[in-house]
Design a protein around this ligand. Structure first.
Ligand SMILES: [Zn+2]
Length: 396
């Protein structure tokens, strides 16, 4: 079986997670892939391979030296279905428009990233589903690397601590993760895009919920008395910096993002997320929110405003910096394979952020797949193959 065959086999298994079920794993079907992986790991000589009740898979390949962790997630994103994936191979992409089977098109004007893959073979969808290379490309890369060590028993390697997790796409990957079972000194998630990138930085993330309670009275007799909760919410928004939204920000800039306002003139609840790479920056944003709430309260003494901040995840950088060997090792493996390492920052979260915060330093590496979470997702076959070699060198 070729490396690519393995990937194709995995993407045909529907493992979409679901943020509404409240169970763990959020969908039982994720275990279909987890169980298959356990069997394949056993065949590859990882004798302790097993799945826990949450669908997480753990296995070790004993070796010498540091215990190095490799992680990928088995679930796929919520935006587009992952059922009945029909991958298509585009051989030797020449740079033009790719017609997907259902009539949709991918062209380099709309997706400039395609220009970086001219001359390579690409795996695309039929336009009806996502591809699921996020993160089955990561799963396949790890399995292919393990197959290499199985077929080349004389090649020395570290003790490889493998973990495949469920529910990454709903932010629950680390919820039931057993660090003691994995017992790695440090680890890598293989869950990114460009294969020369090492991502060891992500947003600090908070969510805030604010409830505005107005004063309800017949509008005809409202003079000097009626306080409209929806107006309070809108006043609050106007006190925030108008140019710090996702629309206005890129790279290392943070933002405020309003998710929802629900309610009526009497009571309204506002849901917002706040993102910033820097601790100080996050502090500033939280203070701005508190100040805005104060201003609303001062202007409307008869109204009631309550708020609640929830920490979602933290920038992993400060933890990763404490154990620089994880990044150093990745740099060396990339260079050995002719790739110039680039440090990247994730404008979002990663399971590795929570792993790192909990003591398991986990930078993220690429898979050679792009346009995640949608119908235009694709895998660059040559990059995928090259990344397998990088992962082999990473644990050699
Ligand atoms: Zn992913």
């Amino acid at each position: 079986m070729s490396n690519l065959d393995r990937f194709i086999r995995y993407v045909k298994i529907d493992t979409q997670s679901d943020d509404t079920t409240g169970t763990s794993p959020s969908t039982e079907k994720q275990k279909d892939l987890s169980l298959l992986l356990v069997n394949e790991l056993l065949e590859l000589g990882l004798k302790d391979a097993h799945m826990d009740e949450y669908g997480n898979v753990y296995a070790h390949l004993p070796g010498k030296g540091s215990r190095i962790g490799l992680n990928a997630h088995v679930d796929t994103a919520l935006e587009v279905t992952g059922a009945d994936v029909k991958p298509h191979l585009v051989k030797n992409y020449l740079g033009g428009t790719i017609k997907l089977a259902n009539g949709l098109e991918m062209n380099p004007e709309e997706f400039p990233v395609l220009k970086n893959h001219i001359g390579h073979d690409l795996v695309v969808t039929d336009g009806n589903t996502l591809l699921g290379a996020d993160d089955k490309a990561g799963v396949a890369i790890i399995m292919n690397a393990l197959e290499y060590f199985h077929e080349n028993p004389k090649v020395k390697h570290s003790t490889i601590c493998v973990a495949f997790t469920t529910d990454e796409e709903i932010g629950q990957g680390p919820s039931h993760f057993d660090y003691k079972k994995m017992r790695a000194k440090y680890a890598y998630t293989i869950d990114g895009s460009a294969i020369n990138k090492i991502e060891a930085e992500c947003f600090n993330a908070n969510a805030v919920t604010i409830t505005f309670k107005g004063v309800s009275i017949h509008p005809g007799e409202g003079k000097g008395k009626l306080v409209n909760a929806l107006n309070l919410a809108s006043e609050f928004i106007n006190y925030l910096p108008p140019k710090e939204t996702p629309f206005d920000s890129e790279e290392k800039e943070g933002f405020f993002h309003l998710n929802a306002i629900e309610g009526n003139s009497e009571i309204a609840t506002l849901h917002m997320i706040v993102r910033d790479f820097k601790d100080k920056g996050m502090e500033r944003r939280i203070n701005l929110i508190k100040e805005a709430i104060k201003k609303v309260k001062e202007a409307h003494p008869t109204a009631e405003v309550t708020h609640k901040f929830t920490k979602q995840y933290v920038n992993m950088k400060k933890y990763v910096d404490r154990k620089p060997m994880a990044v150093r090792r990745a740099r060396n493996a990339l260079k050995k394979n002719g790739l110039e390492p680039v440090m990247g920052a994730i404008r979002g979260g990663t399971d590795g952020a929570t792993f790192s915060k909990n003591g398991l330093i986990t930078p993220n590496l690429g898979t050679g797949s792009y346009n995640h979470h949608g119908r235009f997702e694709f895998l660059d076959v040559q990059e995928f193959e090259q990344m397998t070699k990088v992962v082999i060198d990473l644990v050699k």
